[in-house]
Design a binder for this molecule. Structure first.
Ligand code: FES
Ligand SMILES: [Fe+2]
Length: 382
């Protein structure tokens, strides 16, 4: 059956079948099986994900340090929708659709930078980074055109203790109340006084869920990361999962032999866990002692995922050590781990496309994966 774009045209037999299988994860006793292979390859399901998940969920896009000055921006693609996040002259963060209102020329390429304003390359209309039109060339002769009411459509944007989230639904419910438990549990990490030391963007050739499910378990440290992550997991690969809501889950792993903190007032109990929380669909924040890492896995297409991440450390440590001394080792470690994940997950993407691919059985070591499946099913439910 052919699949064309648009929500009405996507319900092929495959899509309906895979959707029904995913909804089974909402049962009181969910199947302890991995997702059907078609969940990673079916174009109809991807259309549903765009419509029901990525057009109305909070997507982690970066850290406030990337938006320190007016004009600082990140331009990205969220499941096929161009998005510009920028610090305006008013000091506030704005998220807009950076597509010119004249004849739909994209105003900015994906990436980061600083812009005084946005000039359309086509006929040179100019916009503020917050979306307001500054000037439109040669338009006075058209009495129907009202420059005052012409502006780039806006999206919802929220900063939670430095982490910047965007929601394409401008009327989305705020994110912060969802994170109230995390807020309390992370108080001693003093997120507001953390500095971003490194950040990166990569593209992986796999479906976003191949990457996100991998990020919900430590089990794969033994296979993908024997010399990098595994030696750090001195407490083992088990994890405790708290499923707070379809939006937020918390994953706690034993920290093994904790190194006492130098700056943060972490309790003994806090030193004994690696704490992380996920904001569905694709954002995570995790602690490693006094270092915090964030990761966001955003689909660019059915089989391509843009991976963004960063590492933060307490300002006092960064100032004492000098950011340039911290950056090198952190970048090197991250690049190694990312390459291990990317190489492995791109191979998995080839595996899910096999005609002999079937659902597999999940290990008790991967309860986080089931939590993700449950959120996914909630998001896909009509
Ligand atoms: S398309 Fe932007 S000015 Fe014409
Ligand atoms: Fe990994």
């Amino acid at each position: 059956m052919t699949v064309t774009t648009g929500p009405a045209a996507v319900r092929t037999g495959d899509t309906a079948e895979v959707l029904a299988q995913l909804l089974e994860y909402l049962a009181p006793v969910p199947p302890r099986l991995s997702m059907p292979p078609k969940a990673f390859t079916d174009p109809g399901l991807y259309e549903l994900e765009r419509e029901r998940i990525f057009h109305r969920s909070w997507v982690l896009v970066g850290h406030a340090d990337q938006f320190a000055s007016p004009g600082d921006y990140t331009a990205l693609d969220i499941a096929g929708e161009a998005v510009l996040v920028a610090r305006g002259r008013d000091g506030a963060l704005h998220a807009t659709s950076p597509v010119c209102r004249h004849r739909l020329m994209p105003l900015v390429a994906a990436g980061q930078g600083n812009a005084k304003d946005l000039t359309c390359p086509y006929h040179l209309w100019r916009y503020e980074v917050d979306g307001r039109l500054i000037a439109a060339t040669h338009m006075r002769g058209n009495p129907d055109f009202d420059p005052a009411s012409c502006r780039l459509p806006g999206f919802a944007v929220e900063e939670w203790h430095g982490f910047v989230y965007v929601n394409l639904d401008p009327g989305a419910r705020p994110l912060a109340p969802e994170l109230s438990v995390v807020e309390k549990e992370m108080a001693n990490y003093r997120l507001d006084d953390m500095v971003q030391v490194t950040s990166w963007t990569e593209e992986w050739h796999c479906n976003w869920k191949v990457a996100v499910e991998n990020g919900h378990e430590n089990y794969h440290a033994i296979g993908f990361h024997p010399e990098t992550v595994k030696p750090l997991m001195t407490g083992g690969i088990d994890m405790q999962v708290h499923y707070d809501s379809p939006v937020v889950s918390r994953l706690l792993s034993p920290a093994g032999n904790p190194v006492p903190p130098t700056v943060l007032p972490l309790t003994e109990d806090e030193q004994k866990v690696l704490y992380s929380f996920r904001v569905f669909p694709c954002g995570s924040v995790a602690t490693f002692g006094e270092t915090i890492a964030w990761l966001s896995l955003v689909p660019a297409a059915l089989d391509r995922t843009v991976v963004r991440g960063g590492t933060l450390m307490p300002r006092q440590i960064v100032e004492q050590a000098g950011p340039e001394n911290l950056r090198g080792p952190l970048e090197e470690f991250t690049a190694r781990v990312n390459t291990e994940d990317r190489t492995g997950l791109e191979a998995v993407q080839r595996g899910v496309g096999s005609r002999y691919a079937r659902r597999g059985h999940l290990s008790p070591k991967e309860p986080g994966v089931l939590a993700f499946y449950r959120s996914l099913a909630e998001g896909l439910r009509d």
